[in-house]
Design a protein around this ligand. Structure first.
Ligand code: FES
Length: 115
């Protein structure tokens, strides 16, 4: 665990664990996270699509600046987590890369609000 800018970060994986164009799911204590490598830039978003609460965002495909949910095509901006136009989106997690290791911002666990 490291502290940066008044935030806590925990180790996620090595940079070399995820090659460009790929994504990976991490089930952490505080969230189900989708990590993406888009041309060497890493992004982390909530893995659970708000449409039908399905944990498949990590399996989405890239289009423009977005990841597209493979179930029904909802799009989410990789940098913000928001839908195009700013609508209901996915939580975004900050990342830090140090010495070839990716660290993710630790957030409070979200309370499940039901369907
Ligand atoms: S579950 Fe993601 S768009 Fe329907």
């Amino acid at each position: 665990m490291i502290n940066l800018r008044d935030k806590r970060f925990q180790k996620l994986c090595k940079v070399s664990d995820l090659s460009p164009g790929n994504s990976k799911r991490f089930i952490l204590d505080f969230a189900d996270v989708a990590l993406f490598n888009v041309d060497g830039e890493f992004y982390a978003l909530d893995n659970v699509c708000p449409h039908q609460h399905t944990a498949i965002i990590y399996d989405g495909y890239f289009e423009d600046d977005c990841v597209v949910c493979p179930a029904h095509g909802w799009k989410f901006n990789l940098k913000t987590g928001l839908k195009p136009g700013g609508g209901r989106g996915l939580e975004k997690f900050e990342l830090e890369i140090k010495d070839g290791i990716i660290y993710i911002e630790v957030k409070s666990r979200k309370a499940f609000s039901g369907w």
